[in-house]
Design a protein around this ligand. Structure first.
Ligand code: ZN
Ligand code: ZN
Length: 345
């Protein structure tokens, strides 16, 4: 072989080697750190619940009576005109409207009849949404914690997009949820891995790890990520916990953010403990989360709207009242709201 040809070949070989190596490195860098064999995993427990466990729970479930809770009349005109006050409105379950510095935020929006893929069966709403979709102010962005039907409701997303057809809200979602949102018509979707941050006007939106799982169809267990969300402005920090079991993740979150002015923390869907403990905190653990993240004020969510699990629907708030007294929390340090209620923060 001619010497020049040989050198050419060596250079080409080295170049392709460098390109291949860069590609491998890039893939390693972009691979989510908690994705193992195509499924996402938690930091402190592995999700092992099986179909067998699920059927055991369904067979043994005590299926308590659904309970309706009171609803207060809201003032949607005030919410629509409000540009300066910080407010929080509980619409039901994990759905809150937050107004921070004139920016309107919705969490896990659910406004329809059932938390189910089917329109005729599955957990149905016992208390109507505290605000109708049409009564909402212009929504700047939506935070979605994971793909379970009580948190990601396709019909609600479609109604929201229909209402804000031209100027769609931005959707912040955990990894791998872009597809479902896009199929529903959302054009403005930002996917986050745990600990990622995006700036929205003067707010920082951070996704954080919580201990849960995901499933929407027969064969997609943990193929999409779950997370909590932190919204941070110059002088205010809000933590939307999402759905979670109790774990050391909360102490890690506190280390990063220092403390919170307001958190919304799930207190329901904890029974039976043998089946729910890893993925749903009970009331005592919810209070521990409030303490771990050093939240000045916390508000209960994930109760009183859908009959999902075995505890009576009014048990979480009874326990919250008892335990916050027992643990000597200040009055209103960890409280609950009425469906439809707006509070100034
Ligand atoms: Zn869930
Ligand atoms: Zn849930």
């Amino acid at each position: 072989m001619h010497r020049r040809d040989f050198i050419k070949k060596v250079i080409l070989f080295s170049l392709s080697f460098v390109i291949l190596k860069t590609k491998i490195m890039a893939n390693t860098l972009f691979k989510p750190f908690n994705l193992v064999d195509g499924v996402f995993v938690n930091n402190y427990v592995s999700h092992k619940s099986s179909f067998k466990d699920f059927w055991k729970w369904r067979r043994e479930s005590s299926k308590p009576e659904p309970i309706s809770f009171p609803i207060v009349e809201n003032d949607p005109e005030y919410l629509k005109s409000n540009k300066s006050e910080k407010t929080i409105t509980w619409i039901g379950h994990s759905t809150f409207l937050l107004q921070i510095d004139g920016i309107n935020i919705l969490t896990d929006p659910h406004f329809t009849k059932r938390a189910s893929p089917l329109s005729f069966m599955g957990p149905s709403r016992t208390t109507p949404p505290g605000l109708k979709i049409d009564e909402l102010p212009f929504i700047d962005f939506v935070l979605i914690s994971h793909n379970h039907y009580d948190h990601l409701d396709s019909k609600t997303i479609q109604l929201l997009l229909k209402k804000q057809n031209v100027n769609q809200p931005r959707f912040f979602v955990p990894l791998k949820l872009r597809d479902i949102l896009s199929k529903l018509g959302a054009r403005n979707v930002i996917e986050h891995e745990w600990w990622q941050m995006t700036q929205f006007k003067n707010l920082e939106i951070h996704s954080v790890p919580v201990q849960h799982w995901s499933k929407r169809t027969f064969n997609d267990t943990n193929k999409t990520l779950w997370c909590g969300w932190v919204v941070k402005s110059n002088n205010f920090k809000y933590f939307f916990v999402g759905d979670t079991g109790y774990s050391k993740d909360f102490k890690n979150i506190q280390k990063k953010f220092g403390s919170f002015d307001l958190s919304t923390i799930p207190i329901g869907a904890y029974a039976p403990r043998w089946f729910m403990k890893d993925s749903h905190c009970n009331v005592e653990e919810a209070i521990q989360i409030h303490k771990d993240v050093k939240s000045k004020k916390s508000i209960a969510m994930h109760w009183g709207t859908f009959q999902l699990t075995d505890e009576p629907m009014d048990e979480p708030i009874k326990l919250l009242k008892d335990l916050t007294k027992q643990f000597k929390l200040n009055k209103d340090e960890f409280s609950y709201m009425t469906h439809g209620q707006t509070r100034k923060i």
